[in-house]
Design a protein around this ligand. Structure first.
Ligand SMILES: Nc1nc2c(c(=O)[nH]1)N[C@H]1C(S)=C(S)[C@@H](COP(=O)(O)O)O[C@H]1N2
Ligand SMILES: [Mo]
Length: 257
């Protein structure tokens, strides 16, 4: 396939895709992850790959098509591997789109989890109420798209139980999350109901440290790390595609592991 590449324009567009913002880097990684070269994209689409907005349009299209394929292949009963507790790392790596100096400080006394959308009981939940929900633990692997993974132990309520408790419409398409740092993300309902998808309050048997998302973090081992929002302040159920912080910047939305 590389023989057919008009190499000069491809080099130029590679350059364009690599330059400037972090988003450019993401576009390029999206290419590589999906195993597509710019040459292949030219052959597939006939579009001018030196026009980055046209390329981005095609990439978005491919990514959305990929979401549908992944959703169709998703087996809501298939469990991700679990590990013995001895394999769980206690000094877990910190990651966010900002440094540790900007970690949100959340006051446990005034904190409430806001609820909206296709939910019967939309009364906000206090931490005391969240802690009183049935708790389960999981020792699973967290996989970050940036190329590292770690096994950890998280404890919380299965999201399925919480969704049932608040009378969420389980036939709706999406569950969305908003966070204290302005981050946001969303998942499909099948993934939300997966038995290993938890709303967690603890890591390594301790209340989440601020850097790990105090007081509430979604732990969803079937998806990449960036689909595990920390510092959650609100949750909603909707049929309108909600997107996400990195998802709206070029990361594939479904992002199954
Ligand atoms: N609110 C919020 N949640 C977030 C992020 C973020 O920047 N803000 N980063 C995501 C990414 S990319 C990863 S890998 C994990 C990191 O979680 P950890 O710090 O507990 O390892 O959090 C995810 N959840
Ligand atoms: Mo990540």
């Amino acid at each position: 396939m590389s023989k057919a590449e008009p190499s000069e324009s491809i080099d130029r567009s590679r350059e364009l895709l690599q330059t400037s913002s972090k988003a450019r880097g993401i576009e390029r990684r999206l290419f590589l992850r999906q195993g597509l070269s710019l040459g292949a994209l030219t052959l597939l689409t006939g579009c001018d790959v030196t026009d980055t907005s046209a390329v981005q349009g095609v990439l978005n299209g491919i990514s959305r098509w990929n979401d549908g394929a992944q959703a169709a292949l998703f087996n809501s009963r298939r469990l991700m591997p679990t590990y013995p507790e001895s394999k769980a790392v206690t000094d877990f790596r910190y990651n966010a789109y900002f440094g540790e100096d900007l970690i949100p400080k959340i006051d446990p006394v005034t904190y409430k989890l806001g609820l909206s959308g296709l939910i019967d009981s939309r009364t906000p939940w206090s931490l005391r109420e969240l802690y009183a929900l049935p708790q389960e633990s999981q020792v699973t692997r967290h996989v970050c798209v940036e190329g590292w993974s770690m096994i950890g132990k998280w404890t919380g309520v299965p999201l399925r139980i919480f969704l049932q408790r608040i009378g969420a419409d389980l036939t709706a398409r999406y569950v969305g999350f908003e966070c204290a740092d302005g981050y946001y993300s969303s998942i499909d309902m099948a993934s939300a109901l997966h038995p290993q998808t938890f709303l967690t309050c603890k890591i390594s048997d301790e209340i989440l440290a601020p850097r790990y998302g105090y007081p509430l973090k979604l732990r969803i081992p079937t998806k990449l790390g960036f689909k595990n929002p920390k510092w959650i302040t609100a949750m909603y159920v909707t049929n309108r595609f909600p997107g996400g912080f990195w998802e709206d910047r070029g990361y594939n939305w479904f992002s199954g592991v």
